[in-house]
Write a protein that binds this ligand. Structure first.
Ligand code: AGP
Length: 617
């Protein structure tokens, strides 16, 4: 969701800005633009891909040592060139240009005030108020850095901003609150240095690995003479420079056609990496989650899981595990609902946030809301070490899935599940609900998980065959029971987000309470059917579907009790994996969505209207 790059150097920064935007494409966007600064300011914007923008920049021979760039995911105002960033404000010989990620909540009040002051608005965006506000402060005689400090004091909402102005060469200023922005420290030599701003590290790997994460309220100035930061109070601030561990290869497509495909096949390795500290030990310990974990877990009486989308589905699976294995009551809430709900905060609750990006605005706000209700024990299960969510949580367990570039979350989900399972074991052990022999047995199953997943991935050819039959359909039902019901929900989400087929998931026992009315010969029904304790119940539900002419596509275990026949198609995945079964059973559903999307010719990694990192509410 919206990406920002800013650069100052003693060389042409246009290729750096364009490459940065290309590396931010995965976040999701619908238009892009750059503004560059020489003696004057120039801008090029385009609806569509960064490659279109690059072609336009080449046509106009754009060359400059200073610039800002942006990929926009439309919120206020439709997808059009006039709404694409950067936005300009130009009057009385003062010209500024601004890019922004986030939402300015008081934009209407500011717009009215700025209209009264004679500013003219040419876009439908909330961002344009920032450009005019910044302009007004520069026009009053402030330098760009001070003008930005004055500007952000007047903004309500979430933002990451970068700006330039005519008359202050080799200078970019930025600020953040609620949306990510980091500083990249580049090469320096006797003639000066180069510095950068970006929404995330991947955008800068081509020029630097040395980054500093800005705090909420920070305002930063970068130049060829160095950089300076002030905090929300306007006091000079230092933010530690860290060496990013992100490797350029990890964001290359390699031999795969799409990032989603690559990420599906990376899952065994991602799980092995995530489990490294667990499977090398002879038993699970609270310390895996942080220094304070032993003490916090010991007082935990209730768990509240907050997340969105796929991460929310991971939380739903975890509820089954945590209650069954550790005996702790668990509530799982959609973050965007929880943050605005009048809820009852139970004392001694551990708040667990689950997120791939760690920057999801709703999840961050939900965590903050829980804190205001007095729930201060928090654990983040997250894939991005430096993310806001990790920094704001007392405990953490990082999923070591590597960058997830495809919008459809896959390896983040299975690594989240793996960590949540470990959490259940740790809590069970601490509460003396896990006999040493059972702990060893479950640890052995965890060690075997990557191999078991490799075995499941071998079903790809059979799934591809099914995909051809799914592709012409307009609707699909997904069924599961127990801990596999959230897996069915995740399968339906995957199918709808990348193939645009309408898909709904139901707990199979609910069929006869309504959705059975939808079933006819045109309704494919996907069933998650492991050999667990509910298999006989599930079989009865499948008969109900067959009796109405619905065609069944069943993902079962090796020795399944379900017989293939006319209208009952079965793919056998392997041996039943016991408690870990949901982690394996989601994989064929990911493959099904991927191959259906391929047949339908959709943009698999960047599905329409969606973004990878949802940094606005
Ligand atoms: C799922 O494929 C999506 N990418 C989406 O539902 C995602 O899981 C959700 O937006 C939450 O993101 P997070 O894990 O980064 O917080």
């Amino acid at each position: 969701m919206c990406g920002i790059v800013g650069a100052v150097a003693q060389r042409n920064v246009v290729p750096i800005l364009i490459e940065g935007l290309r590396r931010l494409e995965y976040r999701g966007y619908d238009s892009a633009g750059i503004a560059i600064l020489n003696a004057g300011m120039e801008r090029v914007r385009s609806v569509g891909r960064v490659s279109d923008l690059e072609a336009r920049a080449r046509e106009m021979h754009a060359i400059a040592p200073t610039g800002i760039a942006h990929t926009r995911w439309a919120t206020h105002g439709g997808v059009s060139e006039k709404n694409a960033h950067p936005h300009f404000s130009s009057r009385d010989g003062v010209e500024v240009s601004v890019v922004h990620n986030g939402i300015i909540e008081n934009h209407e009040a500011l717009r009215a005030r700025l209209l009264g002051a004679g500013y003219r608005f040419v876009s439908d965006t909330d961002t344009e108020v920032i450009a005019h506000l910044l302009h007004s402060h520069v026009a009053s005689g402030l330098k760009l850095f001070e003008a930005m400090q004055r500007t952000v004091r007047e903004l309500d909402g979430a933002y990451a901003i970068a700006a330039i102005r005519v008359g202050e060469p080799h200078t970019v200023v930025g600020s953040r609150r609620g949306s990510p922005l980091l500083l990249g420290v580049g090469e320096s030599n006797p003639e000066g240095c180069e510095n950068f701003l970006a929404s995330d590290t991947s955008a800068l790997l081509q020029v630097t690995r040395r980054v500093a994460y800005l705090e909420d309220g920070d305002v930063v100035r970068i130049g060829t003479d160095g950089y300076s930061i002030v905090d929300a109070e306007g006091k000079p601030a230092r933010r530690p420079i860290v060496e990013s561990q992100l490797s350029a290869e990890s964001i290359d497509l390699g031999r795969y056609e799409h990032y989603m495909q690559k990420e599906i096949f990376e899952q065994p390795g991602a799980i092995a990496n995530t489990l490294e500290m667990v499977t090398n030990a002879s038993s699970v310990s609270a310390g895996l989650f942080g220094a304070e974990a032993d003490e916090i877990f010991a007082r935990t009486k209730h768990i509240l899981i907050l997340a969105c989308g796929t991460s929310y589905h991971a939380g739903l699976v975890a509820k089954y595990w945590l209650e069954a294995i550790a005996g702790i009551p668990v509530s799982v809430e959609i973050a965007s609902e929880y943050r605005y709900r009048d809820s009852v905060a139970l004392p001694k609750t551990l708040v667990v946030t689950v997120s791939q990006s760690g920057e999801t605005a709703d999840t961050l706000a939900a965590l903050q809301h829980a804190t205001t209700l007095g729930l201060r024990d928090s654990l983040s299960i997250c894939n991005v070490p430096e993310s806001a969510l990790v920094r704001q949580s007392r405990l953490r367990f990082l999923t070591r899935a590597g960058p997830e570039i495809g919008v459809a979350s896959t390896k983040a989900f299975t690594t989240q599940l793996t960590v949540l399972f470990v959490l259940a074991l740790v809590l069970a052990r601490q509460r003396r609900r896990l006999a040493p022999s059972r702990e060893q047995e479950l640890l052995a199953q965890l060690r075997h998980l990557p191999a078991a997943m490799n075995h499941v991935l071998a079903c790809e050819d059979a799934v591809r065959h099914w995909a051809n039959r799914f592709a012409p359909k307009q609707h699909a039902l997904f069924l599961g029971r127990g801990v596999h019901f959230p897996i069915a929900q995740e399968g339906a989400l995957k199918l709808k987000e990348i193939s645009y087929i309408h898909a709904e998931a139901y707990a199979a026992g609910e069929l006869k309470h309504g959705p059975l009315a939808l079933v006819d010969r045109d309704m494919p029904v996907v069933v998650v059917a492991p050999n667990d304790a509910l298999i006989e119940k599930l079989k009865s539900n499948l008969h109900e579907v067959r009796a109405r002419g619905g065609e069944l596509f069943v993902f079962a275990d090796r020795d399944t009790l379900i017989e293939p026949s006319d209208g009952i198609n079965i793919i056998n995945l392997g041996d039943h994996a016991g408690l870990l079964s949901p982690i394996l059973h989601v994989v064929p559903l990911q493959l099904l969505a991927y191959h259906v999307a391929l047949v339908r010719g959709t943009d698999v990694d960047k599905p329409r209207n969606l973004a990878n990192s949802v940094t606005v509410e």
